[in-house]
Design a binder for this molecule. Structure first.
Ligand code: ADE
Length: 239
């Protein structure tokens, strides 16, 4: 997958060189390119913002640099067109389903807005998705892009060491994951549940399922209601 990120702070994307996403880049599974939006300005001060029409606080990102950037970047691969993503608190909520959908795309472009956001006409002309990573306001779209790209990158073929891990993630079946343990067997007087040491794979699977349902009910009743409605929560009874 290729991912182009347009931002006025390309250094914000540095963490993508690390860990799992960094390895995916080294292996060639993922190719992330960060671009400085100011490259596509034409004035001496490399201006990217202006006052909002209608008044109000802050500044809005002007459309021209964005249009020039997106025109040039999206022409980089002849015969192909990227899916353009704009992270914004006004977008649709980012979910594991959305991550799976984006992971199937060969090419994504992220537009990181700052200030009060990007002129809406840019979004209208170019965006395929407007995505929010949660009900809070960040200083810009860069951290949201990191979040989205990390969630997407770990779904790309060959990125996770164990391909079963993605299928067993929290949310992949609409529920939260069961708690996990490793050695030592007793730590601070707390013992690893006996069933996990029993070697009985069926019993382990049932225990995890119960834990998953209990946790989801306690912490995310909204998810449990949805999983019950769509039938994923009832699979436990059949197992
Ligand atoms: N930009 C600022 N806040 C954001 C959020 N919550 N999600 C996505 N992009 C954002």
């Amino acid at each position: 997958m290729r991912a182009d990120v347009v931002t006025i702070f390309p250094d914000y994307l540095q963490p993508l060189r690390l860990s799992l996403v960094g390895r995916a880049q080294q292996r060639g599974t993922l190719d992330v390119r960060a671009h400085d939006l100011r490259t596509w300005t034409s004035d001496l001060h490399r201006t990217v913002d202006d006052a909002p029409y209608g008044g109000g606080p802050g500044m809005v990102m002007r459309p021209e640099p964005w249009d020039a950037a997106l025109t040039e970047i999206s022409a980089a691969v002849p015969g192909s067109r990227p899916r353009v993503v704009v992270p914004t608190p006004a977008g649709v909520p980012f979910t594991q389903r959305k991550a799976e959908e984006l992971a199937r795309e060969p090419w994504l472009v992220f537009c990181c807005g700052r200030y009060e956001g990007i002129d809406s006409r840019v979004v209208e002309a170019w965006a395929d998705d407007e995505i929010s990573i949660g009900d809070y306001v960040l200083a810009g779209g860069e951290v949201a892009t990191l979040v989205i790209l990390e969630a997407v990158a770990r779904l790309l073929p060959g990125v996770l060491g164990n391909s079963a891990s993605a299928a067993e993630d929290s949310f992949s079946d609409g529920l939260l994951e069961a708690p996990v343990y490793t050695r030592p067997q007793v730590w601070r007087g707390m013992e690893v549940p006996a069933v996990l040491r029993s070697g009985d794979h069926g019993a382990v699977a049932r225990w995890r399922r119960e834990q998953s349902l209990t946790r989801t009910g306690q912490r995310r009743p909204d998810l449990l209601a949805e999983a019950t409605r769509t039938g994923t929560a009832n699979r436990a009874a059949a197992e």
